[in-house]
Design a protein around this ligand. Structure first.
Ligand SMILES: Cc1cc2nc3c(=O)[nH]c(=O)nc-3n(C[C@H](O)[C@H](O)[C@H](O)COP(=O)(O)OP(=O)(O)OC[C@H]3O[C@@H](n4cnc5c(N)ncnc54)[C@H](O)[C@@H]3O)c2cc1C
Length: 459
């Protein structure tokens, strides 16, 4: 970076906002990444005006900018090269307002997901987005990746929870679109430009988020199922029987369930090993006694219909947490080194055949591979975690082709909820046609003509 730009940045921001050299390169590059940050300069603005000043200067100088939230993204969307400037939202972490009547929160983009969840809870409300990285992932990152997570089946993805956004464009213009209403059809819905665009169209600085009434009841069961057709039928059955109360339907293929319930994993089998599929089912409502009775009855009728092979229903908060701990112990897949992690979506009817096809192709090339499958079945979203051959880029590319290849025929997506970043960029054409990609490029060119925002990501 040229010295004049560095001096201008220092003059525009407060002391401590501009970090250089070791202060930057000693930082971790991201969650599950062993290397350190490659960028030489990192700025930490405190206000939207400061973000605008940074981008104005960078735009004039043609300086590439990579925005950082909590760095929990899983597709190398926040990777920075030595010539990039990193713009971190870490000091923009104020929850500015919670309005319990309107049921909204206004927050800066660097607030962690967990901080907002806890703040909403204090008002007897809930912010329903939830994912394993909640302690580090930021609201700006959640919006920029359109994060999904555990309760999409009931509340939708981040996109459904954002009412308004304030963002700074590549040239430093501030766009304050801090709508507070659920309904607002007055022209284009501009916030959507920034949701899911992975920092390529603007820097999200503040958000208005929709809060929900806090559920009063939570029922959780871990269910073993004898076949995939029954698993799919169980999803329909529970959704219908619970009348809108279903909040999670987290499926686990046998190998994943065995991994997370066998030492050194912390949990033990809640229902015995030996079944092909397991699913964590959760329902939330407003009346603990009535909801539990309905949940139990729904499972009973499922059992009578042959959809349930075995089940355990949690009877206390501790037991509920213990069942969730099984599903959440995802890091067991990395205990012998970092595997290849995939996030895809596809129609439910195609899932069983797809997983078998991928497994067969892996076995043909890497007979001693491991493949763990789990995911948010209710959303058509599977995670495949694969260990095969050497952990090098060539092997990864070979595995990627086996995982993504069949999705073109099936009509699935190479990215269900993690985004594209650098990792899925070569495969975007599997899930988006040429006209869609050209329109994306047109939007990018019009909002960021000098291509300074997260250049090279997505396409
Ligand atoms: C254990 C674990 C579990 C996870 N579970 C889920 C899950 O269930 N569902 C799911 O969807 N994801 C999941 N993730 C992925 C990750 O947590 C999400 O993608 C999250 O939304 C990223 O937020 P972040 O603040 O860490 O963003 P970062 O990783 O810092 O950035 C992600 C992308 O957003 C851009 N960005 C970040 N902040 C801004 C901003 N303010 N303005 C503009 N662009 C910005 C970055 O440039 C980058 O392209 C998981 C990750 C881990 C490690």
């Amino acid at each position: 970076m040229n010295a004049a730009l560095l001096a201008d940045l220092r003059a525009a921001l407060d002391a401590g906002a501009v970090l250089v050299d070791d202060e930057v390169t000693s930082r971790a590059a991201g969650f599950m990444q062993t290397d350190k940050l490659k960028a030489r300069v990192l700025v930490r603005p405190r206000t939207t005006q400061h973000v605008a000043a940074v981008l104005r200067l960078c735009h004039a100088a043609g300086q590439p900018v990579v925005t950082h939230g909590g760095l929990t993204g899983l597709v190398h969307g926040a990777d920075a090269t030595p010539v990039d400037l990193v713009l971190s939202l870490e000091r923009m972490n104020a929850i500015e307002e919670i309005d319990p009547l309107q049921r909204i929160a206004v927050a800066q983009a660097g607030v962690t997901l967990q901080a907002l969840q806890e703040a909403a809870d204090e008002h007897d409300l809930c912010f329903p987005l939830d994912l394993g990285a909640r302690g580090s992932a930021t609201l700006g990152g959640n919006a920029s990746t359109n994060a999904g997570g555990n309760r999409v089946i009931r509340y939708g993805m981040m996109r459904e929870m954002v009412l308004g956004i304030e963002a700074v464009l590549a040239d430093g213009r501030m766009v304050s679109s801090l709508n507070r209403m659920i309904k607002n059809n007055a022209g284009y819905d501009l916030k959507q430009l920034f949701i899911g665009s992975e920092g390529t169209l603007g820097v999200v600085t503040r958000l208005v988020l929709r809060l929900r009434e806090k559920p009063r009841s939570q029922d959780v069961a871990l269910v073993a199922v004898a076949g995939f057709d029954r698993l799919a039928a169980l999803l329909k059955h529970m959704d219908r029987a619970l009348g809108g109360g279903l909040t999670a339907f987290e499926a686990m293929w046998r190998e994943f369930y065995e991994l997370v319930t066998t030492p050194p994993a912390l949990s033990r089998p809640a229902v015995p090993h030996g079944h092909p599929y397991y699913v964590l089912v959760e329902s939330m409502g407003a009346d603990a006694a009535r909801d539990s009775a309905r949940f139990g009855a729904a499972l009973e009728t499922a059992y009578d219909a042959g959809l349930v092979a075995d089940a355990v229903v949690a009877g206390s908060d501790r037991e509920r947490a213990a069942l969730w701990a099984i599903r959440d112990d995802v890091m067991q897949v990395a205990r012998d080194g970092m595997p290849f992690i995939f996030d895809v979506s596809l129609p439910i009817f195609a899932m069983e055949g797809y997983v078998e096809e991928v497994r067969a192709a892996l076995a043909a090339r890497w007979p001693d591979h491991r493949c763990w499958v789990f995911g948010h079945l209710g959303d058509g979203n599977l995670h495949l975690v694969i260990r095969a051959g050497a952990p090098d880029p060539e092997t990864r590319s070979g595995v990627e082709h086996l995982v993504y290849g069949p999705l073109a025929r099936i009509g699935g997506s190479v990215s269900a909820e993690h985004g594209v970043g650098l990792e899925k960029k070569p495969y975007l054409g599997i899930s988006r046609n040429a006209e869609e990609i050209e329109l994306m490029r047109t939007i990018k060119r019009s909002l960021d003509p000098r291509n300074i925002l997260n250049p090279g990501k997505i396409f």
